[in-house]
Structures are given as structure tokens and as C-alpha cells.
Design a protein around this ligand. Structure first.
Ligand code: CO8
Length: 374
């Protein structure tokens, strides 16, 4: 069987950053406006008053300090509370494709590859800007890549599920160099007016290049020892936005048309699922958790990641064993574990073992077991 390696990664970061403090000022101004405009109903008990958010709560509950976003003016406008992203003409590159190309070029440069060496593009993300033509086909064209392109969505696990498809294509010989991109414009489907989740997400795009080992020219290579995917249905993270909405005659801005979750249930249910998944994956390859030099975990919640590591290693986690990037980026959906891998791997030595693992809506868990070979 042809062996697959990860030969490069890339990261595109938006230029705007929003601190918890800035976010809370805007949110609280929105709450005051809302409560003032519904004062009579609130007084009559027919509507509930909204409550203020707090920066201290956000950091304590999640570990998030700030997030990058494509546009902050719309998000911080209490009369709007979502980003301003101008529409583009059909003959202009779409936003998701544009940022994917930026991240992809970094991954290609790291791998010593040119766009024409790529013979497969997978755009794996929590949301697509449009149903068709596939984002991946536009990215393929903008890059000048060969072969095929397709989109896929498994919410926060999209990146690891995408890497498995790339690895399978290389192993099967149907492609030799597959680009997986994760343009996560989460600010477009985050509910900025809901106190329970207005702080959770940030925008970013990651790219991972997967190649056949026998022709890889990258200075740094990570052999993919195996991948493992699992899903289990849950409504605890849900978004009902979709093409059937207008047929259903439901309001376009109804609360269920943006991200919603039962955060505490997700926390409790997903931690054991993720820890058991990683343990099972390692066992399958004859390893134990203590053999792993680094865990690049999904970046949704600091305590969640600490608990997963504690369950696996039975010791207090630290940034060396499981690096955290959510303080700076917030939850970037499927890109989070790849951002952690991109930023925190240079110090590992040939022979070191690591695991990239994402978990989230679905529920879904995906893990990629890798070893640095050079
Ligand atoms: N400010 C102040 N107080 C608040 C706030 C706030 N902003 N929000 C809630 N509170 C209050 C609550 O009202 C509650 O008060 P009380 O105790 O009086 O009832 C108290 O604080 C505690 O509230 P919670 O129990 O909700 O708080 P938690 O400690 O559980 O923290 C978290 C909330 C941070 C959401 C936490 O539960 C969490 O991180 N859970 C895991 C979430 C997770 O991993 N989700 C994965 C989703 S990502 C994914 O799969 C991708 C989806 C697709 C991408 C979509 C992109 C937009």
C-alpha cells in the first residue's frame, strides 16, 4: 500500500481581532436597546428581559480571550450584531475560496510543491458559502490545481474527516497530492445576540497537504499511521438553516437558523466520547496514551481539553502535551485542531508520535495518528 504523509500546513488569519471586553460592551448595549424597546411587554411579564454578558464569565467558562473575525464593525454594532461581508459578483473569487487559496499557498510552500502538483482538493468546513458549484472546484481553479475537488461538512470534525478522505485517496492510488482546506467563516452563522454562545466562535482558514510518501520532497514529513472516524446522532448542537427554509414558511432570522447548543450537555457527553475514541485509536496501532508526545485537540473549551487529557494520561495536562490556541482564536470549528498542529509541532523530533483529534456537532469525532519521520 502507498504510504501517506502530511507534508505541509497553512494558516490564514483575518486582520480584525475582537477581545472579550469589546464583545461584551457591544452585547450589553444590544441588551439595553432590546430591553428598552420591549419595556412594556417585559413589565407585563409577556417577554423576558435579556441579561448582560460578562468578560470574566467568558474567560472562566471557556478559556477564550479573543477571536479573529472577517469584519468586526457589524458584530460590534448593537443595532446589527452580525458581520458586514459585502456580496461579490459571480465572476469574483468568493470569500471562502479566496482565504482557502491563501492558506493553501503556505501549505504548498512548506511542502516544496506547486499548485499544479495537486491532484485533489477537499474543502471541508462547518458551512459552505453556497451549495454549488462546490467551493473546492473554485479553489482548484483559482490555484491551478489538477484532478478533482469536492466539499464536505461534518461540523467541527470536518478537517479530520477530510484528512481521512485525502489519506484514503493517496493510499488507494487515486490521487498523489491532496489538499484539504478548512475555511471556517464562523462569524456568518454564530448567534451574536445570544448570551449563552455569543463569545464562542472565530474565523480562520487552515490547509493540510497529504501526499504519497515515495514522491514527497518536503523537509518536514509526518507519516499518517492511521485515521479513525466516529459519529453518534445528537441534537445538542444544531443549526436548522438550509435550502428547505423558504418552503417551510419559517422566518429567515428565527433563532434556530443560526448556531445553537446545549453547551453543558455537550461538554459532559463529548469529553468521554473523545477520550475513549483516542484510546481506541491508539490501541488499534499498539500504542498507549503515554506514547503520544503531543495531542492537538479540537479547540472549543479549555476545561474540556484538560479533562480529555486527564482521562487519557491520569496527570494534570499542560500546554506542552496539549497546546491551546483557543485563548487567541476562540473556537474556529473544524480548523482548531489544525491550527494547534500548525503552530505547535516544530519542536517535535523524528520518531515522535502525535494525534490530531476533533470533536463536535453530530456528534462527531475524528482522529489522525501521525509520526514525524523527518
Ligand atoms: N455572561 C455571563 N453569564 C452567563 C453567560 C454570559 N455570556 N452565559 C451564560 N451565563 C450564565 C448562565 O445563565 C448560567 O447561570 P445560572 O447558573 O444562574 O443558570 C451560568 O452562567 C452558567 O451557564 P452554563 O451552564 O451555560 O455555562 P458553562 O459553564 O456550561 O459554559 C460553555 C458554557 C462555555 C458554552 C460550555 O458549556 C462549553 O464550552 N461547552 C462545550 C461546547 C462545545 O464544545 N461545543 C462544540 C460546538 S462546536 C461544533 O461542533 C461546530 C459547530 C458548527 C460551527 C458553527 C459555527 C458558528
Amino acid at each position: 500500500m502507498i504510504q501517506a504523509v502530511i507534508s505541509g500546513t497553512g494558516l490564514w488569519v483575518p486582520e480584525h481581532s475582537v477581545s472579550n471586553e469589546e464583545l461584551v460592551v457591544a452585547f450589553n448595549a444590544y441588551v439595553d436597546l432590546f430591553n428598552a424597546s420591549h419595556a412594556a411587554e417585559i413589565a407585563a411579564g409577556t417577554r423576558q428581559a435579556l441579561e448582560h454578558s460578562s468578560a470574566a464569565f467568558i474567560e472562566k467558562a471557556s478559556g477564550i480571550q479573543r477571536r479573529y473575525v472577517v469584519d468586526k464593525t457589524g458584530i460590534l454594532d448593537p443595532h446589527r450584531m452580525f458581520p458586514r461581508i459585502p456580496a461579490r459578483a459571480d465572476d469574483e473569487p468568493s470569500l471562502m475560496a479566496e482565504v482557502a487559496v491563501k492558506a493553501a499557498m503556505q501549505a504548498l510552500a512548506q511542502a516544496g510543491r506547486k499548485p499544479e502538483d495537486v491532484d485533489g482538493v477537499i474543502c471541508a468546513a462547518s458551512n459552505m458559502q453556497r451549495p454549488y458549484p462546490a467551493m473546492a472546484v473554485e479553489i482548484q481553479q483559482l490555484l491551478g490545481a489538477q484532478g478533482f475537488g469536492f466539499d464536505m461538512n461534518v461540523a467541527c470534525s470536518s478537517a479530520t474527516f477530510g484528512i481521512e478522505q485525502a489519506v484514503n485517496a493517496v493510499r488507494a492510488g487515486t490521487a498523489r497530492c491532496v489538499l484539504v482546506v478548512n475555511p471556517e467563516i464562523t462569524s456568518g452563522h454564530q448567534e451574536w445576540r445570544d448570551r449563552d454562545c455569543h463569545f464562542i466562535f472565530g474565523d480562520v482558514c487552515t490547509a493540510v497537504l497529504v501526499e504519497a510518501k515515495d514522491s514527497c520532497v518536503a523537509k518536514e514529513q509526518w507519516e499518517v499511521l492511521g485515521t479513525q472516524l466516529a459519529t453518534q446522532f445528537s441534537n445538542n448542537i444544531r443549526n436548522n438553516f438550509g435550502f428547505m427554509n423558504r418552503c417551510e414558511d419559517t422566518p429567515a432570522d428565527a433563532r434556530d437558523k443560526t448556531f445553537a447548543q446545549e453547551g453543558r450537555k455537550v461538554f459532559k457527553e463529548v469529553v468521554p466520547i473523545a477520550a475513549a475514541h483516542i484510546e481506541r485509536h491508539l490501541q488499534k496501532h499498539g500504542f498507549k496514551a503515554h506514547d503520544v508526545r503531543r495531542f492537538w485537540l479540537h479547540q472549543a473549551n479549555l476545561s474540556m481539553n484538560q479533562l480529555v487529557v486527564k482521562k487519557l494520561l491520569d496527570t494534570e495536562p499542560n500546554a506542552d502535551i496539549a497546546p491551546i490556541i483557543l485563548d487567541e482564536f476562540a473556537n474556529t470549528a473544524s480548523a482548531g485542531s489544525v491550527v494547534a498542529f500548525h503552530r505547535h509541532r516544530a519542536d517535535l523530533a523524528p520518531g515522535d508520535l502525535g494525534i490530531v483529534c476533533s470533536f463536535g456537532a453530530g456528534y462527531s469525532v475524528g482522529s489522525v495518528l501521525i509520526r514525524r519521520t523527518q
